[in-house]
Design a protein around this ligand. Sequence first.
Ligand SMILES: *[C@@H]1O[C@H](CO)[C@@H](O)[C@H](O)[C@H]1NC(C)=O
Ligand SMILES: *[C@@H]1O[C@H](CO)[C@@H](O)[C@H](O)[C@H]1NC(C)=O
Ligand SMILES: *[C@@H]1O[C@H](CO)[C@@H](O)[C@H](O)[C@H]1NC(C)=O
Ligand SMILES: *[C@@H]1O[C@H](CO)[C@@H](O)[C@H](O)[C@H]1NC(C)=O
Ligand SMILES: *[C@@H]1O[C@H](CO)[C@@H](O)[C@H](O)[C@H]1NC(C)=O
Ligand SMILES: *[C@@H]1O[C@H](CO)[C@@H](O)[C@H](O)[C@H]1NC(C)=O
Ligand SMILES: *[C@@H]1O[C@H](CO)[C@@H](O)[C@H](O)[C@H]1NC(C)=O
Ligand SMILES: *[C@@H]1O[C@H](CO)[C@@H](O)[C@H](O)[C@H]1NC(C)=O
Ligand SMILES: *[C@@H]1O[C@H](CO)[C@@H](O)[C@H](O)[C@H]1NC(C)=O
Ligand SMILES: *[C@@H]1O[C@H](CO)[C@@H](O)[C@H](O)[C@H]1NC(C)=O
Ligand SMILES: *[C@@H]1O[C@H](CO)[C@@H](O)[C@H](O)[C@H]1NC(C)=O
Ligand SMILES: *[C@@H]1O[C@H](CO)[C@@H](O)[C@H](O)[C@H]1NC(C)=O
Length: 681
Amino acid sequence: MTAIIAFISFLWFDDVSNSIWELIVINEWLTRSISISTLLLRTAVDMQASIGAAMIAALMMESSHGIPLSEVAVIAPMKSGAASPWALCKSVLFPLIGFRSVMRASVISSQYFVLLFVLLTTTSLLQFSSTALLSDLHLGPLPDLEVSRSALNGFKYTCLGQQPASADCATFEKLSYNVIPRGSIWSTNPPFYPVFAEYSEPPQQSPAGSSDTGVLLRSMLPLTDSRSRQTLRNYTGKAIVLDSRVYCQAPTVSNLSWSEGYYSNGTGTISANPTISKVMTNNWADEANFMCYYGGADQYSICQIGCPSPKYLPTLLSQFSNETVGEDLTRYGAVFLVLRTTDLTQWKAPHSPEIPITNASSLFVHDEWIDLISPSVYESILSMSVCYAPWDAARLDVSIYGAINRSEPTIRWEPSNQENAAGSFNTTEIASQLGLDSTNQSLEARGIMTLEKSTSFIPTKDDVVPFLQRPFFQGDMSGKGGGVNGATVPLDANWTTLFSGIPLINVLNNFTYTPSNILAADPSISSLFTGALSRNASVAHALSGLITVLSLSAYYGQQHAFDYASEVNETYFKEVLLPQSSGGFTAMTSVLVGHYVLIAVLTVLYIKQTHYSLLGSAWASISQTIGRDVYELLESSSLKTDAEVVESIRDYGKTVLRARLMAVEDEGGARIVCTGADASG
Ligand SMILES: *[C@@H]1O[C@H](CO)[C@@H](O)[C@H](O)[C@H]1NC(C)=O
Ligand SMILES: *[C@@H]1O[C@H](CO)[C@@H](O)[C@H](O)[C@H]1NC(C)=O
Ligand SMILES: *[C@@H]1O[C@H](CO)[C@@H](O)[C@H](O)[C@H]1NC(C)=O
Ligand SMILES: *[C@@H]1O[C@H](CO)[C@@H](O)[C@H](O)[C@H]1NC(C)=O
Ligand SMILES: *[C@@H]1O[C@H](CO)[C@@H](O)[C@H](O)[C@H]1NC(C)=O
Ligand SMILES: *[C@@H]1O[C@H](CO)[C@@H](O)[C@H](O)[C@H]1NC(C)=O
Ligand SMILES: *[C@@H]1O[C@H](CO)[C@@H](O)[C@H](O)[C@H]1NC(C)=O
Ligand SMILES: *[C@@H]1O[C@H](CO)[C@@H](O)[C@H](O)[C@H]1NC(C)=O
Ligand SMILES: *[C@@H]1O[C@H](CO)[C@@H](O)[C@H](O)[C@H]1NC(C)=O
Ligand SMILES: *[C@@H]1O[C@H](CO)[C@@H](O)[C@H](O)[C@H]1NC(C)=O
Ligand SMILES: *[C@@H]1O[C@H](CO)[C@@H](O)[C@H](O)[C@H]1NC(C)=O
Ligand SMILES: *[C@@H]1O[C@H](CO)[C@@H](O)[C@H](O)[C@H]1NC(C)=O
């Protein structure tokens, strides 16, 4: 019995760390274990109850108070207890049926009545032990057993004309892979906002006037359905990891030319940042000319900056790069100029020196932005910030985990209102997933998974995606590089995406001329980016979130074409019945403790107060019963029903006669004798 209780406690109080417990619960053996162990428990309790009842019977018969004479035939045999098979069999029903007659007796000694009542109560309550235990079980997630499968994760890269395919694909044009030819992802609508895994390091001390996300690696999960992504516990194996770090600062510009007002373009020259890590190739440029468009008041636009081929503007090196000084460039990062127009009335002059750039026009630097004040009328402000992003990807051996199941965010369209005439998306949930709100939430609270830090993020040659090329999800606004041969040049320069949330055709109407190389971001992308900035996220974080969403879109958009298979191990959460409270368990154990105490008390009383009763002595019990007083009754009763016998006893005494077991000298031994009428009967 102790073993059963120990087992039940084990089921209740052990946790996932124990593999036996896990096996029982995961294989849905918990309810079966509970019913089997409570069945054993009830059997044991019933046996104890029958012994306890026998003790009470003996105690009552030997007490000075005695029992009603009419019940002798029922109670006397009981005191021999459960020792015989008959008694054992009967005693299962004993407390319920046998003792009704005792209760019916008009008076029994109240102390035994209490004992009997408690015994009845504990025994009946313990019949419900399995119900009590099962009421503690509720559905909850638990990690299932680990499964292996072959997952498709990116493309196989082939060097055309060379066997075997190797990274010695010296001529870039020879590289080929199975990518779906698609246009620019900048103007697309992300189909969903999937769960990803993140590893981050806080930024190192960055100079004033800059904002940096720090190391920010995000791994895509090769799972097509959202349910799997939401219930994934562990993932080990290859996965594509995105470097979504962004570093922004106030640009150093010269030769600026722009017109006040909205919907126009600005041109100028931007100097390369000497502190940005760069690999020394002969192709680096010290500066680049740009031509970027901007939209209406309080609207953002993002502009790709580059140099005429074959020069590159230096940008951040990705975590997947082991390149050192002296090597050729094998990775293609991105440089963006983020522009924003503001109404002058909305503008607060920063506490920074005013830098005159022309006779009438001046420039202010604040944080990672520069503000240009319109040359003539002082009507609108153009703010600019330059951002460097590696936007690189690699296929790495990763270990991903998440301690709880999670749900993927959704975005909701809010119709137009006073603040936003065109309507906008409510991106609260997605901003939280990307860590773009001001609250510093844990990865779990954000509904994403943890990417474990590995000793090295440097991929082997075959796992660079793709080798010597721009990663297939580094989205070029121009749409170049979407084909089977990829792209071996950085992002095309002088392309602008407007984040106004308005279709391109409507935006174009606001320009006095027809701009070229311009896109309008999908309202969802646009709401995400501007929403993040309005939540006080830094421009680096907002752009990093944007890069993540665009890359995820590209990744899941290309998933149908993936042909690189590798073995991965996964663990999912499974919904199983778990003990999630201990109310039922506590109730059952308290009743059980009460039951034990009662049996102990009965045993002590039995040993102390009975002299002629012995559990299991059925013959002794019978011979004690057939004393002179009872024998007289029996003589005339052989053809009568019980009711008639009881009736005749009543008639005889007019009151309830009582009987008790006591030593009788002349008959030699203990006999049941009548002790007279009960006054209250
Ligand atoms: C899942 O991840 C957790 C947390 O890192 C780890 O403790 C556990 O061992 C992992 N389980 C498997 C099956 O890899
Ligand atoms: C998956 O698990 C099996 C067995 O535990 C192990 O041999 C194999 O290396 C694992 N694969 C990965 C990719 O971790
Ligand atoms: C910038 O303007 C100066 C003269 O104001 C000119 O000498 C220089 O070539 C210009 N730079 C570029 C990149 O156009
Ligand atoms: C971008 O536009 C500027 C100004 O029109 C021009 O000088 C520059 O060459 C362009 N960049 C590229 C790579 O075409
Ligand atoms: C600035 O103004 C002075 C005289 O007012 C004029 O000579 C000069 O050309 C102007 N410079 C520019 C860049 O407009
Ligand atoms: C985890 O699963 C439980 C049970 O289905 C569900 O109630 C809960 O909402 C889930 N949590 C998340 C974050 O999806
Ligand atoms: C956006 O959605 C969140 C919940 O997803 C809600 O709490 C919030 O009020 C909504 N914001 C607006 C402006 O409707
Ligand atoms: C965010 O929280 C983490 C721990 O949860 C802490 O290490 C980090 O310093 C916090 N960052 C900020 C900016 O509060
Ligand atoms: C960088 O990694 C590549 C691929 O693993 C390797 O071929 C190359 O030698 C490494 N370069 C350095 C400098 O370690
Ligand atoms: C842009 O065009 C729309 C009509 O397409 C107009 O309602 C809006 O006022 C214009 N904005 C500006 C700043 O001219
Ligand atoms: C830039 O804007 C000016 C007007 O401010 C316009 O004349 C010129 O054509 C625009 N350039 C391009 C390439 O759209
Ligand atoms: C953003 O910052 C400004 C000023 O620092 C503050 O007034 C505003 O409430 C902040 N907005 C949010 C969403 O935190």
